[in-house]
Design a protein around this ligand. Structure first.
Ligand code: PLP
Length: 459
């Protein structure tokens, strides 16, 4: 019986065991995620409207609530083989150090140059753009992981890649910027004077260091005003969760190979793409009534969309040019305090993750930044990998759950997503090591004030 096999430190899949189709959890959801709405008319966005901004095939994936398995084109499968399967690692050293009877596994997505899971969707989006005969794509990047992943994918497919990088990151993370340029992308600090919206923001806020919402508005404008360009986004959208399901499918296949059934599955949640991808096949089991798991989304206490946000239609960007999405949101004007997990500083959340949370299928919790870095350093010293601050949110909760098992004696199996490495985040680690890191938690008054900016949408 498989369950009696010795479990290796790292469970890898054979090439022929790798997923050949992405899994679309929407097919098994009774309550489908709410549709994107046109910000002007408040009517559901049509495929035709979306195709002005996004590639046609990605629009189909965005709107497809019924097809459970969508084949992964061979060229994308080939690209995946360069850095996948990613290992599912049994954290024996961590278990021993924590003296826990729990069994801990992590799915490590940091084994590629971009250093995170974002490459899984970047290659898919670049592929469909190329297939459509486009010249290039535009996007925004905050901390830089998405821009890096997209520049790698575009280099592989010989597509032009234009990245609007939040100015403060552009200046503070010159190495990220140079990685993108090494892969051939052009990187513009945002707000810039290359777009109308950028010039407008600069006129209204001279000297601003930018924000993600503002970079999105610039990237969208750049896409719709250049012949042969479309806009691509690294998280939040249904299509991105679909591509990221490769994480969950591999995880499930690797666990099944050894007859392991997880009790708790944990992921950090920014826009919800790695979490959604990791949990999709497991959530599918639950939705079909075939199995039960505890699924926990972890977010920063400084940007608590699921745990303290409102479930409502909201703008996806500050410039309010994107469609409205129904999601747990803090309001599109909400600017989280200077948390170091840049990838988790988004005001909203994937509509799929929001609906699953609303229906009680998944739990959510928030953690404070200093507690996250304590867990990050503990993990680095015990398991060797220097984790991204974003990923360390999941580490924090995995460790806490393993400690609970120590207290109760329960031998639970915990699986968490280790989304990336933290080599470009050493300024954050430096702050923590110097004891200069704070924990800012927004007050109820601040959140209430931000909620007043939510658009009024009749449902
Ligand atoms: C972007 C990023 C995240 C958060 O994004 P999601 O869409 O919520 O997955 C988490 N970890 C890393 C390393 C990232 O780069």
């Amino acid at each position: 019986m498989a369950a009696n096999k010795e479990i290796p430190y790292k469970i890898y899949l054979e090439e022929n065991e790798m997923p050949k189709a992405w899994y679309n959890v929407r097919a098994d959801m009774k309550n489908k995620p709410a549709p994107l709405l046109n910000p002007g008319t408040h009517q559901p966005m049509t495929a035709q409207e979306l195709e002005g901004v996004f590639c046609a095939e990605l629009v189909q994936q965005e709107l497809d609530n019924t097809t459970a398995y969508i084949p992964i084109p061979q060229e994308i499968q080939n690209f995946y083989k360069m850095y996948r399967p990613s290992p599912l690692v049994r954290a024996y050293c961590l278990e021993e150090k924590l003296k826990t009877p729990a069994k801990i596994y992590y799915k490590f997505e940091g084994n590629n140059t971009s250093g995170s899971h974002k490459l899984n969707s970047a290659i898919a989006q670049a592929y469909y753009a190329k297939k459509q005969g486009l010249k290039g794509v535009t996007t925004e990047t905050g901390a830089g992981q998405w821009g890096t992943a997209l520049s790698m994918a575009c280099a592989y497919l010989d597509l032009d890649c234009q990245v609007y990088m939040v100015k403060v990151s552009y200046e503070q993370k010159p190495f990220r910027r140079e990685v993108m340029r090494t892969y051939g992308a052009s990187v513009t600090p945002s707000p810039s004077n290359t777009t109308n919206v950028g010039r407008q923001i600069l006129a209204e806020h001279p000297g601003t260091t930018g924000s993600l919402g503002c970079a999105i508005s610039e990237a969208v404008e750049a896409a719709v005003t250049q012949e042969g360009y479309r806009y691509v986004l690294g998280s939040v959208l249904n299509q991105v969760l679909l591509h990221q399901s490769v994480i969950g499918l591999e995880t499930k296949a690797a666990l099944d190979k050894y007859g392991i059934k997880p009790d708790i599955i944990i992921g950090c949640a920014g826009g919800g793409s790695n979490l959604g991808g990791l949990i999709s096949p497991f959530a599918g089991d639950m939705l079909r009534g075939e199995a039960n798991y505890r699924i926990i989304a972890v977010e920063p206490a400084s940007c608590p969309s699921l745990t303290r946000g409102k479930y409502a239609y909201d703008f996806c960007d500050t410039g309010k040019v994107c469609p409205l999405a129904k999601m747990y949101t803090l309001g599109s004007n909400f600017i989280p305090s200077a948390n170091h997990a840049g990838g988790l500083r988004y005001h909203g959340m994937s509509s799929i993750v929001s609906q699953l949370y609303h229906d009680g299928l998944i739990e959510a919790t928030s953690v404070e930044q200093t507690k996250v870095f304590e867990a990050a350093e503990y993990f680095a010293r015990v398991e060797g990998i220097l984790p991204a601050p974003e990923s360390s949110h999941a580490i924090r909760v995995a460790i806490d759950e393993a400690i609970k098992c120590r207290e109760t004696g329960e031998e639970k199996t915990i699986v968490f997503g280790l989304t990336g490495t933290g080599y470009f985040d050493m300024v954050a680690y430096e702050k923590f090591n110097n004891g200069e890191m704070g924990d800012y938690i927004p007050t109820d008054e601040e959140l209430e004030k931000s909620f007043t900016t939510l658009p009024q949408v009749e449902e």
